[in-house]
Design a protein around this ligand. Sequence first.
Ligand SMILES: *Cc1c(COP(=O)(O)O)cnc(C)c1O
Length: 366
Amino acid sequence: MSEKKWPLWLPLRDDLTSLSPYGAPQVPAEATLNTNENPYAPSPELAQAIADRVHRVATTLNRYPDRDATVLRAALGKFINTLSGTNFTADSIWAANGSNEIIQSLFMAFGDRGALGFTPSYSMHPLIAKVVGVTWQDGGRRADFTLDTAKAITEISGKKPALTFVTTPNNPTGTLLKIGEIEELAKATAQVNGLLVVDEAYAEFSSEISAVTLIEKYPNVVVIRTMSKAFAFAGARVGYLVANPDVVDAMFLVRLPYHLSAITQAAAEVALEYQGELLGTVATLIDSRGKVIAELESMGLTVAPSSANFIIFSGFNSEPAQIWRQLLDRGVLIRDVGLLGHLRMTIGNEAENQKFIGALKEILQK
Ligand SMILES: *Cc1c(COP(=O)(O)O)cnc(C)c1O
């Protein structure tokens, strides 16, 4: 989007005038492979169960919801405990309207000494920081997009940020941090009295141990998770945080009263009861990821190793924006993440993946 000219009468904050709103293009396509959603829709049984529960809640919508979302937070804790063998209760969990709200709350509560992240990574971390007036600093990654932890530790020690963000598996690159590396970063951030925020939006697609297992030993580790990706529940807007209870207590200070609607809480509680179904597609997506990567490599393209439900590829001769457009002309919507020479594609269902591969072959052979 080109930069908007704001009218002079509008008292917009100076530091916002140069920003562009978050905007993955929302255009109709036969294969929508641009925002890392799970392509598999809820089953009719789950849809009915959500409708039933929401119907029940509808009879009490004259009342505010549970401000503290205690039932949902306890259920999320149990879910994490099942995955990671941990022992969290509701007081270690915070829930919000997508993990983006969690990220915003973290900045509002802890932003004083600024934040540090390692690019290329999730573009919303710096954007949300700027919007709430938190200073953001970019550290780098290696050319192959892996994180040089020794260099990262030097940057942490030098800049002493209140918040250090790492995303693993990383978006948009799909690359992974080992739990040992996260532990090193946890120590380095503790030494500067900072929090290490580990964004695990795609953790369910990776076989690496979750950073939630570090929280007991390192109270400065904060893990962000979401129901939007593997959990196939993006439309409901539920993200959550796993952390030391003191971190959660700080979230209470900055949250808006009744921020999570009764309908959202109810829908998420039902979804968690159906976790077997919702996460049942993860293995299929991992399998499809392998197939798509093999196809792209057989076309002579380079694909970064991915532990997520998306891949980035390079090795084509045209501009990414041009390939992106040619794919869209063929009904396939992927993502131009603004990385020189690269495009990102979300793994879809079998038909969508085939459509993507077919269209790309056609484009590259021209
Ligand atoms: C998608 C994504 C999120 C945000 O998800 P919500 O839908 O707001 O829960 C957070 N972090 C990363 C790295 C993501 O890719």
